[in-house]
Each structure stands twice: as structure tokens, then as C-alpha cells.
Unconditional design. Structure first.
Length: 433
């Protein structure tokens, strides 16, 4: 992923230096486990650990790989250069490359998941703060992009909070599912390595032993992991789209913070564009892009092929780095989002009481008018507002058929804004506890 959309801590997880360090730890722990059960001499295992402070030379490993065309062998050769050929002769004993590659990949994904969960926690805190701040800030709810009935800006933030809270649980589940390791040998039968070695290595790395591996860890786990990330990306776009709508000139109920010195357009100095949430919409597409190849990776020939390898070398770092950046950016957008309550109220009143139509409809039915006739009575007055710019309440008060069922006082009462916000506290209690 390009530096523009990257943050250092997540990038570091996917660096060659980190990868080789994890490979080393897998091999060193395996040697220690084999020494513990008397398979190899203790001094050989100790010799591997003596180089634990060495910084592996990635350029040297690349140089060896240019000859071997095998990355794990290149690393093992370089490791032996530090440990000593004789002392390192038991390294990788009974293991296959995927024992190292797959276990390492899952360690990286677990670390990435930990950062993403922390990112979501930060976003949840921002959403909760803004929800409480604007719990009673009334705005118009919309369906199909059309005015529906009153809601509050606090409820808008609260529903995004609830969505992201579900995403946090999905990430925790995905982390748990991906946190397995395999040190089981060429086709997963432990023919040349004791299962106790796998158990020890996994324990040291914070993983669980894969119950049954072939030469690889099953890729349905990875498909579920990237699907969970994709859903988080979809939620990011969901929030971003709402912000983009609110920032439209003819709406202007909220807008991204516009910093001093910031420019919106190279041609039009007046512009203040929702560039951050537009950017987030694009980044969410990149995150979701990983799902199909991750699903297709589930299928391999027999005990293993490498059709999944090139995919994962890309989607592992790219997807987690992108999502980490996107979550941090969205948190900043929510934290700094400028809210315009007066514009919200003005937008709600733009069609002069029309959004109270359901209350009048229900009152008519409760007064004994059939639902079909009630709908016709309300709609014929509502259309005058749409088409002629009339005032809805005024039209109702002038309609003899409506007045035959409802008094003027009863009609007036149906335009009480507080009616629509009376259960906000109940909803907040459900969402925030």
C-alpha cells in the first residue's frame, strides 16, 4: 500500500524485518520444543537462541533467494550463517515451509486485528461522544432521499455506533478464528515431527494448534477474516455517504472540518468539498476487494498448492493497512464534524409541516374514518404542499372533511415535534447501556 494511505504501526507488521523475526521465533521455539522432548541436543537449540538479538540482513536473504528461488530456504541459509552450520543442522527438522509461512501469516493477521480492534474502539468513543452531544438535535429523517419524519442527529450517530459495535464483535471473532498455527510437516500427518512441538510453538506465539492441517492451515479461516474486514469497510462507506449527503450545498446540515489554509478547488475558491469521506468511500472499495480472492483461496489441490500465496502476499498487508488508515481517518472526521442544527431545523420545515402526515393519518383512523379514506384526505392536502407550496396544517384546518373527524385543537396537537423524540432515551439506553 502506498505511504499516503498507511500508518507506521500497521506497516511495521508487514515489513520484511518483522516477517523474518517471526520466522526465526518459529524455528527457535520448534528447536527448543524438540530439545525438551529429547529429539535434538539441548546445545543445538541453545545455539539458535544465542542469535536472538541479530538483525537479519534482508538484502543477504534476497541475494540467496535469487539463487535458490525459495524464500524459506534462503532464510534458513542466512540463519545458519549466524548460528553456524553444525549448530544449525537440526533447524527446521521435520518441518515444511508452510509450517513457517502459515504460522507467521496468522501471527501477522492477529497483530493486525489487534490494531484494527483498537481503531474501532477509538471510533466508537468518537461516535458515542457526538451522539450524546446531539441526542436532542432534531433533524429530518429521510427514506429514498425524501423527507420522511423527524429524528435526531444523536440517533444518527447512535445507529452508526451500534453498527460499529457489531463490527468490533466481528473483528474479535475473526481474530479468534485466525489465531491458529501449524507445525505438522509435509502433509500435516506429524510423520517427522511430534505434535508436542506444534503445541509448544503455538503456545509461545499466542496461537492455538490447528486441529487438522494438510500442508497448510485451511483457508476458510482467512476467507472469514477478510470478509469481516470487508464489512467494516462497508460500514465506513455507510457513515461516509451520510456525511457526504449532509455536506451538499442544498442540505448543509453538517460538513467536514475545513482547516485554515485548506483549499477546496484549484478553480473555484469558494468550494468546501467532502474530500475525506469521498476518500473513505474509495478506500472501502479497496478493503472489500479482498473478499473474492480470499474466498477463492479456500480451494486448493489436494494437500496444498501455492495458488493462494500470491494473493495473500497482496491482500494481507494491503487490506489491513488500508482499513487501519480508513478507521483512523473516519474517527477524525467524526470528532471534528461541524454540525448545523439551525439548518437541520430549516430543512425539516422546508415543506411546511408535511412531515407530520402520518400522525394526521393515524388520528383520522382512530376517529373512525377508514384507512383508505383517511389516506385520501391526508394525501390530497399533502399534494397541495408539494405542488403549490401551501402550508400543510393550514390546508387541513380548511378541509371540511378533515374537520368533520378532528377538531382544530386535535389537528394542532399533531404538529408537536416532541412527539417524535419521546423515545430517544429508550433507544440510547438500548445502544449504550
Amino acid at each position: 500500500m502506498i505511504p499516503r494511505y498507511s500508518r507506521p504501526e500497521m506497516v511495521a507488521i508487514w515489513s520484511p524485518e518483522t516477517k523474518f523475526r517471526i520466522w526465526y521465533e518459529i524455528e527457535a521455539h520448534a528447536c527448543e520444543a524438540m530439545a525438551n522432548i529429547g529429539v535434538i541436543p539441548r546445545e543445538n537449540a541453545d545455539a539458535v537462541w544465542k542469535v536472538k538479538d541479530v538483525e537479519f540482513d534482508t538484502a543477504r536473504i534476497d541475494e540467496i533467494e535469487a539463487v535458490t528461488h525459495h524464500d524459506v530456504i534462503a532464510f534458513l541459509t542466512h540463519l545458519a550463517e549466524h548460528v553456524g552450520a553444525d549448530e544449525a543442522r537440526f533447524v527446521h527438522q521435520g518441518m515444511t515451509s508452510s509450517d513457517v509461512l502459515d504460522t507467521c501469516f496468522n501471527v501477522q493477521l492477529v497483530r493486525a486485528a489487534d490494531l484494527l480492534i483498537a481503531d474501532v474502539d477509538a471510533l466508537l468513543a468518537a461516535l458515542k461522544r457526538r451522539a450524546i452531544e446531539h441526542k436532542d438535535t432534531v433533524r429530518i429523517g429521510r427514506s429514498h432521499g425524501i423527507h420522511a419524519e423527524p429524528t435526531t442527529m444523536g440517533l444518527t450517530f447512535a445507529r452508526f455506533y451500534a453498527e460499529m459495535d457489531r463490527n468490533k464483535r466481528r473483528l474479535i471473532t475473526a481474530r479468534d478464528e485466525i489465531a491458529t498455527g501449524a507445525i505438522s510437516g509435509a502433509v500435516g500427518t506429524f510423520a517427522n515431527i511430534d505434535p508436542a512441538v506444534e503445541e509448544y510453538v503455538c503456545e509461545q506465539l499466542g496461537l492455538s494448534p490447528e486441529p487438522i492441517s494438510t500442508q497448510v492451515i485451511p483457508r476458510d479461516r482467512h476467507a472469514a477474516f477478510f470478509a469481516a474486514l470487508a464489512i467494516v469497510g462497508a460500514s465506513i462507506e455507510n457513515i461516509s455517504t451520510e456525511v457526504r449527503h449532509m455536506q451538499r450545498t442544498e442540505v448543509l446540515e453538517a460538513e467536514e472540518f475545513f482547516a485554515p489554509g485548506q483549499k477546496g478547488s484549484s478553480a473555484m475558491p469558494h468550494k468546501r468539498n467532502p474530500v475525506l469521506t469521498e476518500n473513505l468511500t474509495g478506500l472501502a472499495r479497496l478493503v472489500r476487494m479482498a473478499v473474492v480472492p480470499a474466498l477463492e483461496n479456500v480451494t486448493m489441490w489436494h494437500e496444498r498448492d501455492i495458488s493462494h500465496s500470491s494473493v495473500e502476499r497482496n491482500i494481507g498487508p494491503d487490506t489491513t493497512i488500508t482499513l487501519d488508515f480508513a478507521l483512523a481517518r473516519l474517527t477524525s472526521v467524526v470528532d471534528k464534524l461541524v454540525i448545523y442544527p439551525d439548518n437541520m431545523l430549516a430543512n425539516m420545515n422546508k415543506f411546511r409541516g408535511l412531515v407530520m402526515s402520518q400522525r394526521v393519518l393515524l388520528a383520522l383512523t382512530q376517529a373512525g374514518v377508514s384507512r383508505e379514506d383517511s389516506y385520501k384526505l391526508v394525501q390530497r392536502n399533502a399534494m397541495k404542499v408539494w405542488e403549490q407550496g401551501k402550508d400543510f396544517k393550514t390546508e387541513l384546518l380548511a378541509d371540511a372533511d378533515v374537520l368533520a373527524a378532528l377538531s382544530a385543537e386535535e389537528i394542532e396537537e399533531k404538529f408537536d415535534l416532541g412527539y417524535h423524540t419521546k423515545h430517544v432515551d429508550t433507544i440510547f439506553k438500548r445502544v449504550f447501556g
